[in-house]
Ligand binder design. Structure first.
Ligand SMILES: *Cc1c(COP(=O)(O)O)cnc(C)c1O
Length: 400
């Protein structure tokens, strides 16, 4: 069966809209041309709008989110610095691992997978750190492995309540441009994202927003870095150039995806993601299955991790979804392997896309002996979508 296309419901890379794909189909051009800044300078301005920062500096590194993690750490910290982190899924785990490999003294709070950043515990530890030994606090805004969104504003409040001066690092790889994120309001010093999730582009860009405080820290930080040196970028970026060959095609794609986001309006983009996610969650509830996120305060509007019943290997759901129904779901990562499959509902999607995801999952679940009533998940979601689209404002308020 090769008709139609394979439906992509992984939480990244996400679907690249036709408009963006076409915008990237350009002949190669000179990255030192006198008018190259006409393309690149508006990208920095557009990304500042997406990150909601007036005072931050945006960097576009050829790389991915992981590279941007490394850039954030190596530019602003010193070897052996004490940092406060938490781990509750594969991505927050990998960030901790990187910080350790780079020689930081990591205080890591392990939290049950399904919960998020332990804000109260952070506040207790920061309050006890009277000498200010903790130089940075890390928060994974949206843990993609478990479908958990954390309270970044709460982390800022905890820092302020303790009059603590640590830098606030945020991983926004699977939240930026899909879930509300406010760099300036939340006092975020380093926000990290990538091109292939909410920004609806191929992988290839590691994107950073850096506060004035973090830029000042970068002038003194002694951790080794070369490729990711902020100062080299700042010098060249001033006129829209780069210290090495930039991925020009991706820039054309980014210009188009930013246009799409602003045409829809960021707040509408967030509302759409919330609506799509809520329909998926209602579908899962109608199946009688559980999701990994422990409580509604952690519900992620970009990805839902669905736990399969005892004795049902989630990998089989994913492989049947792919081979029989040509639908890609996200796999269960690390300790969720075999226990969960994920529906990514971010980026270039709409209500009917999500009904397709639920429909395919229903078939694969039934094929594997899970007793979900045919149409139950799809039915719950479609009724929600109908009502939500008929009265968008009221539904949004009711869902709060
Ligand atoms: C995808 C993802 C990453 C890794 O980003 P890459 O672009 O694959 O390097 C990091 N953190 C989170 C939360 C992610 O979802």
């Amino acid at each position: 069966m090769k008709t139609g296309h394979t439906h992509l419901f992984i939480p990244g890379p996400t679907n690249v809209p036709e408009r963006v794909r076409r915008a990237m189909n350009r002949p190669m051009e000179d990255m030192r041309a006198p008018d190259f800044g006409d393309l690149t300078l508006p990208l920095f301005a557009g990304l500042k709008k997406v990150l909601k920062t007036e005072t931050g500096t945006v960097f576009l590194f050829p790389g991915s989110g992981t590279g941007a993690w490394e850039a954030a750490i190596t530019n602003t910290l010193n070897p052996g610095d004490k940092v406060l982190m938490s781990r509750f899924g594969q991505f927050s785990h990998l960030w901790v691992e990187m910080a350790e490999r780079l020689g930081l003294d990591v205080v890591c709070i392990d939290v049950e997978w399904g919960a998020g950043v332990p804000v109260k515990e952070y506040e207790r530890i920061l309050g006890a750190d009277k000498k200010g030994e903790i130089k940075a606090v890390f928060a994974t805004h949206n843990e993609t492995a478990t479908g958990v969104t954390s309270d970044v504003a709460g982390v800022r409040t905890a820092l302020d309540a303790c009059f603590h001066d640590a830098l606030l690092f945020v991983d926004g790889v699977s939240s930026v441009a899909s879930i509300d994120f406010r760099m300036d309001d939340w006092g975020v010093d380093l926000i990290v994202t990538g091109s292939q999730k909410g920004l609806m582009l191929p992988a290839g860009l590691g994107i950073l927003g850096v506060s004035e405080k973090a830029m000042a820290a970068s002038k003194k930080a002694t951790m080794r870095r070369a490729y990711f040196e902020f100062a080299d970028m700042v010098k060249m970026n001033a006129d829209g150039y780069f210290p090495y060959t930039p991925p020009t095609q991706l820039f054309y794609g980014l210009r188009e995806s930013l246009d799409m986001l602003f045409e829809e309006g960021l707040e509408n983009v967030f509302a759409r993601h919330h609506r799509l996610a809520e329909g998926v969650r209602r579908g899962v509830a109608a199946w009688g299955l559980k999701i990994c996120a422990q409580s509604p305060c952690f519900h992620s509007d970009t990805v839902t991790a669905i736990l399969t019943p005892e004795g049902v290997d989630a990998r089989k759901i994913i492989s049947d979804g792919y081979t029989k129904y040509r639908t890609s779901f996200g796999t269960g990562l690390a300790k969720l392997a075999g226990k969960a499959f994920r529906i990514g509902h971010l980026g270039d999607l709409n209500e009917v896309s999500c009904l397709a995801a639920l429909g395919s999952a229903e078939m694969a679940l039934r094929d594997n002996g899970v007793d979900v009533a045919p149409g139950s998940g799809v039915g719950a979601a479609l009724e929600y979508y109908r009502e939500a689209l008929a009265a968008p404002q009221q539904m949004m308020l009711a869902a709060e």
